[in-house]
Design a binder for this molecule. Structure first.
Ligand SMILES: Cc1cc2nc3c(=O)[nH]c(=O)nc-3n(C[C@H](O)[C@H](O)[C@H](O)COP(=O)(O)OP(=O)(O)OC[C@H]3O[C@@H](n4cnc5c(N)ncnc54)[C@H](O)[C@@H]3O)c2cc1C
Length: 456
């Protein structure tokens, strides 16, 4: 039988224990070392690797930066971990046609910086943007604060080049603005969590940067008032670029982590950003401030780009900051219609109080996407088991409000046992059939998304 040495050049793979450990985890906290790590330099390397894996029934796990929160990039035993650090080129920036072509290992923040120099931007901006890769973003259909006005990754992917589990190369999509030729395989691959094909090249839409931005902070005495403010702003026809929520526990955690001096005697804060033409956004900002005041929100405007940047740095630090106040957090990312945000927040407060388990909430309130952090300690079994019960209750509440159990983090390993709370068995069977069509041998990222296929 051939080995990795026969198909890849030296330095593009490793079986050293330290490498295996370094690539055996993601931000879900689950870990499992693979049998080998491969760093392909080209699509051809990936074709050869997948042919080899297919012929030898070896499982392959694609991994971007490992910032995924649901275990999507966690290896299974005896698998090859495919890491894209050496495929991190921005191949083309074509501002005249408003698109770029990138390799999957490009870091989202690096793309933003390259585009920023030409006064363009790529709207999907996950809070992990300084680390996560575009390949990982496409595989997870990542969102971010700007999703409220600009949409999520799926809305920006025009074309994908991908390698199938058996090593065949495919191209999906078009480089034109529209096309109706066959099924939309591009949209199918976006959000497929590395289970259908290995993404090797992506063409993304980009936009010119808005002329100006106004950043508003508003502090509230209750989560309910903050939630109602969010839906009123949208109902009044204003679509801010972002409308982020942080509850009191989150603000306290960020203060401890970054010492930013957020008020701690309030129940919630909204970070609202309005972008566009200077005159138009000033009128919208005034309306937003009035709405906040109407719900007893105390409003402050970030005066300059330095204070604005500081606020975003603090917002992006929320997830690591929460570990400062609790050893373990069970992290969910439910989404509800924006008119139901207030009910979701008060419902979660009720669940937390009834079970005496703290729940910290933050996230993209403007599009109804709340990150629900159930605070616990995995070394205390009784405490952890009690906290875990709240996941199902959180999902039930979300679904009763017409929502979905994952807004942007995907299903991966951690949520697969809950997927049938949302998807009907017939729908799930169709999805399983699609997986089978792409990957009859189940070698690409097995055990992810579908319940009952835990391969650990
Ligand atoms: C602090 C923090 C903040 C976050 N904020 C946000 C946020 O605001 N919005 C949001 O949506 N998410 C957020 N996330 C989650 C995470 O950053 C995203 O899911 C991101 O898209 C993962 O990218 P990655 O490169 O780290 O991918 P990984 O975690 O390495 O992989 C994620 C999935 O993509 C697959 N994959 C990776 N590359 C490829 C490829 N080339 N081909 C096929 N499959 C591939 C993997 O197999 C896996 O299933 C956050 C995470 C953290 C830790």
């Amino acid at each position: 039988m051939k080995s990795l040495k026969d198909i890849l050049v030296d330095g593009s793979f490793s079986m050293d224990k330290e490498d295996l450990l370094c690539y055996g985890y993601d931000a879900s906290g689950i870990d499992m070392a693979p049998a080998a790590v491969v760093w392909p330099k080209s699509t051809m390397d990936i074709c050869k690797l997948m042919q080899f894996a297919w012929q030898n029934d070896i499982k392959v796990i694609p991994r971007g930066a490992g910032t995924g929160l649901t275990g999507g990039a966690v290896p299974v035993a005896d698998s090859i971990l495919l890491s894209f650090e050496k495929m991190n080129n921005i191949i083309e920036i074509d501002t005249r046609n408003l698109n770029v072509v990138v390799e999957p290992g490009v870091i989202n923040g690096d793309l933003q910086r390259a585009l920023g120099q030409e006064r363009y931007f790529y709207p999907p901006d996950p809070a992990s943007l300084n680390t996560c890769t575009i390949g990982g973003n496409v595989a997870e259909n990542a969102g971010g604060p700007r999703a409220l006005k600009y949409g999520v990754t799926r809305d920006y992917v025009m074309q994908i080049e991908a390698v199938l589990p058996d090593g065949k190369l495919i191209q999906t999509g078009v480089q034109t603005k529209k096309s109706v030729v066959g099924y939309d395989l591009t949209r199918l691959l976006v959000g497929s969590e590395g289970t259908l094909a290995v993404i090797t090249k992506i063409r993304l839409k980009v936009l010119p940067m808005p002329e100006s931005v106004i950043t508003i902070l508003s502090a509230f005495g209750s989560l309910e008032q903050a939630g109602k403010t969010v839906s009123r702003i949208i109902a009044d026809g204003i679509i801010p670029a972002t409308m982020e929520l942080m509850d009191r526990m989150t603000l306290v955690a960020v203060n401890k982590y970054k010492n930013v001096g957020f008020p701690e005697d309030i129940e919630a804060m909204l970070l609202i950003e309005i972008d566009g033409n200077s005159r138009a956004i000033q009128a919208d900002a005034d309306k937003v401030a009035n709405i906040c005041n109407g719900f007893q929100g105390k409003v402050k405007i970030a005066e300059d780009s330095a204070s604005r940047e500081l606020l975003w740095e603090a917002r992006r630090a929320v997830s690591p900051a929460l570990y400062k106040i609790s050893p373990t957090k069970i992290n969910e990312d439910v989404v509800v219609p924006v008119t139901k945000v207030s009910e979701l927040l008060t419902g979660l407060q009720g669940i937390s109080e009834a079970h005496s388990v703290p729940i910290a909430c933050f996230g993209h309130a403007g599009d109804g996407n709340i990150h629900v952090n159930i605070m616990t300690d995995k070394n205390d079994k009784k405490k952890y088991d009690e906290a875990e019960k709240l996941v199902r209750k959180t999902f039930k509440l979300t679904l009763d409000l017409g929502g979905s159990i994952s807004g942007e983090h995907g299903i991966g390993l951690t949520k697969s046992k809950y997927i049938d709370m949302e998807l009907h068995s017939v729908t799930l069977d169709i999805m399983r059939g699609i997986k089978k069509l792409f990957d009859t041998k189940n070698i690409l990222n097995p055990g992810k998304i579908f319940p009952g296929t835990d391969v650990h």
